[in-house]
Structures are given as structure tokens and as C-alpha cells.
Ligand binder design. Structure first.
Ligand SMILES: *[C@@H]1O[C@H](CO)[C@@H](O)[C@H](O)[C@H]1NC(C)=O
Ligand SMILES: *[C@@H]1O[C@H](CO)[C@@H](O)[C@H](O)[C@H]1NC(C)=O
Ligand SMILES: *[C@@H]1O[C@H](CO)[C@@H](O)[C@H](O)[C@H]1NC(C)=O
Ligand SMILES: *[C@@H]1O[C@H](CO)[C@@H](O)[C@H](O)[C@H]1NC(C)=O
Length: 335
């Protein structure tokens, strides 16, 4: 194998962008484990007072990730996120105005390997969400287990991440005055196993829980398609039915999160490593589908709105694919 090294004369700003993305990949893959390690060291090192105070804090604060979290504008505004955004770069595109007197449920597709587009757009202040959608506050919902991790939970809550539990989504969508946008990555961890470049398979046919919550709360549904999300990494081939895929699906059932075997480039060379490729991400926010509040939606109502959502998502994709390099004959595949 021939290794292609990065040239030495790279401008400083590109180095900073690489560093910003490097620390983000590290945070995603290893920071939680490091935090658990630090916590265990506190316990084993007999720092009883600190440990006891922190455990007391956890006890008192346990529900916060399900009740809107604890965002800190200062952290969302860190310059490192600007470099992060410019690495790919990530762009947020609006197709319709969203009235801030309603709450919205954004369905984000596809998951990709590390959901970089959703993080860049909804957890930092650098892709212009506030300017494009004045009066709206975005909440990105992620798997609840991340919030059980000591210290790590405090950090991720600062950027505005909240739990994806039903209670948490309901809380965000219950704001009386409107103005909240709950962002859910509908395909979930399962979809990350299909995050190969060029893949347009979305896991959505069996996922209707988000439709039910939207109906119950009267939140308007907004399909969001993030072009380029699947192009950031290569993934070891894992077609359905292969040994690797079977192991991955078993692990996902047990642990709740998937383990895609991804790789792309490194920090100092372009041949292997866990850094994503520099590929543009265009996150297109669709038109809202109005939803009337229904406290006890029937299966029929849920199915009908689900169909409407799929149609809107398909249209959003078809109307925009030409602009972002998807060949005319390619379409979304729902599974
Ligand atoms: C965020 O950063 C910008 C400049 O990068 C600055 O103008 C603004 O005041 C900051 N906002 C907060 C709340 O820190
Ligand atoms: C977000 O960034 C813009 C400019 O980059 C800045 O003007 C604004 O104050 C920031 N908002 C917050 C809440 O930090
Ligand atoms: C995308 O993933 C699906 C499901 O694993 C697979 O059937 C399909 O062949 C893949 N398509 C491409 C273009 O990789
Ligand atoms: C919502 O309710 C209004 C008034 O009752 C009705 O005109 C409208 O068609 C309903 N919209 C949907 C999507 O059911």
C-alpha cells in the first residue's frame, strides 16, 4: 500500500480545521470512555468528597437531559466549531420560512457514520440557523445512554444535545409559545451500517413513533435531507446477510448503538485513519407539513401522516439532488 502524505506547506487555517475535526472525532469515539476512567480514578483514589458531591449532583440532575438539557451559548459559540464547519464545509439551506409560533419536529436523514451535519448545524452557532430561522431553538436528540456517562453528559448538554427518549421529545415539543425544533435522526444507529458512499437507503418504513409524537403535540413535521453525509467515510463492506453485518446487528440489539467499521484519512496522510474526508455537506431543510394536535391518534391517522411525510421527503430529495451531484436516475430507497 502506498501512503500519500499531506504536504508540509499546508496553510495554518487548514491545519486548524483538521485539528478541530480531529478533536471532535476523538470526543465522539473516546471522550466518554476517558470520562468514565477519570470517574473511576476519583473513586479508587479515595477522593470521597468530590465523588460523593458529584454522585449527589447526578442524582439531582438525572432528568435534565429529558427536560430540555442545559445549553450554554458560549460553548456553542467556540471558534473551534467555525473551523469544524469550514473543514467539510457544512452549509444549511432553507426552502421555506418556519413560523416561530409553532413547534417543529425535524426528521434528519441520513444518519451517516458520525452525523457530522446534524452536529454542525444544530449544535454550533456557525451555520446560521438563528439567522435563517429566527425565533427557533434547535434541539438535537441522541441516544439516552450518552447522558449516563459522568462528566461527558455535562459537556454534551452545553452544545444543546438532549436525550432521544419519548419523554424528552415530548418535553421539547410541548412549549406553549412554540419556537422549539426537535431534531431526530430517524434512521438511528441501524442506518449508520448502510452509510457507504453513494448509498441512499433510509430506514424509515417501520419508524412511526416520531409521527405519533408530532400528532400528539401538534408539532409541524419538517423533512431534512443532508447531502454528502454518507460520503465522509468509507466503511468495511457489510452487505445484509454477511457475517460482519450479522455480528453488527447482534451487537446493536444488545448495546443499542451500532459499530460501523469506518475509515477514511489520517491527520498527516490521506491513505488511512479515522478522519473524515473533506467533502461538502449540504443540509436542506424542507417545507413544513402542518399537523393538527390529536391527543389520541388512531393507527390510520398515523399511517396517513407517515405516508405524507415520506412523500414530502422524496420530493425534497428529488427537487435538490441535481444541485448536489446526485445523478438523475438515483432516488431514495425506503426500507
Ligand atoms: C459569539 O462569537 C461572536 C464572534 O465570533 C461574538 O461576536 C459574539 O458576541 C459571541 N456571542 C456570545 C454569546 O458569546
Ligand atoms: C452567533 O454567531 C454570530 C456571528 O458569527 C454572532 O453575531 C452571534 O452573536 C452569535 N450568537 C450567539 C448566541 O452566540
Ligand atoms: C445500500 O445499502 C443497502 C442496504 O444494506 C443495500 O441493499 C444497497 O445495495 C446499498 N447501495 C449502495 C449503492 O451501496
Ligand atoms: C387542521 O384543522 C383545520 C381546522 O379544523 C382544517 O381546516 C385543516 O384541514 C386541518 N389540517 C390537517 C392537516 O388535518
Amino acid at each position: 500500500m502506498k501512503v500519500e502524505f499531506a504536504p508540509l506547506n499546508i496553510p495554518l487555517v487548514r491545519r486548524l480545521q483538521t485539528a478541530a475535526v480531529g478533536q471532535w472525532v476523538f470526543s465522539f469515539l473516546l471522550l466518554a470512555q476517558c470520562c468514565v476512567g477519570i470517574f473511576l480514578m476519583l473513586v479508587l483514589g479515595r477522593f470521597w468528597l468530590i465523588t460523593a458531591l458529584y454522585v449527589l449532583w447526578l442524582y439531582l440532575d438525572w432528568e435534565t437531559p429529558q427536560t430540555g438539557g442545559r445549553r450554554w451559548q458560549w460553548v456553542r459559540n467556540w471558534t473551534v466549531w467555525r473551523y469544524f464547519k469550514d473543514y467539510f464545509p457544512i452549509k444549511l439551506i432553507k426552502t421555506a420560512d418556519l413560523e416561530p409560533q409553532y413547534n417543529y419536529l425535524f426528521g434528519f436523514h441520513p444518519h451517516g457514520v458520525l452525523v457530522a451535519g446534524a452536529f454542525g448545524n444544530f449544535c454550533t452557532n456557525y451555520t446560521g440557523f438563528k439567522e435563517l430561522f429566527p425565533g427557533l431553538t434547535p434541539y438535537l436528540h441522541i441516544l439516552p445512554f450518552w447522558f449516563r456517562c459522568p462528566f461527558f453528559r455535562e459537556y454534551i448538554m452545553c452544545v444543546g444535545l438532549v436525550s432521544a427518549s419519548k419523554k424528552s421529545v415530548t418535553h421539547v415539543l410541548s412549549r406553549q409559545k412554540g419556537g422549539n425544533a426537535a431534531v431526530l435522526v430517524i434512521g438511528g444507529a441501524e442506518e449508520s451500517l448502510d452509510a457507504h458512499p453513494g448509498n441512499l437507503t433510509l430506514h424509515i418504513l417501520k419508524r412511526k413513533g416520531f409521527i405519533k409524537v408530532a400528532l400528539k403535540r401538534g408539532a409541524h413535521l419538517v423533512p431534512v435531507f443532508s447531502f454528502g453525509e454518507n460520503e465522509l467515510f468509507l466503511q468495511v463492506s457489510n452487505p445484509k446477510g454477511s457475517v460482519l453485518r450479522n455480528v453488527q446487528e447482534k451487537l446493536q440489539k444488545i448495546m443499542g448503538f451500532a459499530l460501523p467499521l469506518f475509515h477514511a484519512r489520517g491527520i498527516f496522510q490521506y491513505s488511512f485513519g479515522l478522519m473524515p474526508y473533506r467533502m461538502p455537506i449540504h443540509t436542506v431543510v424542507g417545507k413544513p407539513i402542518p399537523v393538527n394536535q390529536t391527543s389520541n391518534p388512531t393507527q390510520e391517522e398515523i399511517d396517513k401522516l407517515h405516508q405524507l411525510y415520506l412523500k414530502a421527503l422524496q420530493e425534497l430529495f428529488e427537487e435538490n439532488k441535481g444541485k448536489y451531484g446526485i445523478p438523475e436516475h438515483k432516488s431514495l430507497i425506503f426500507t
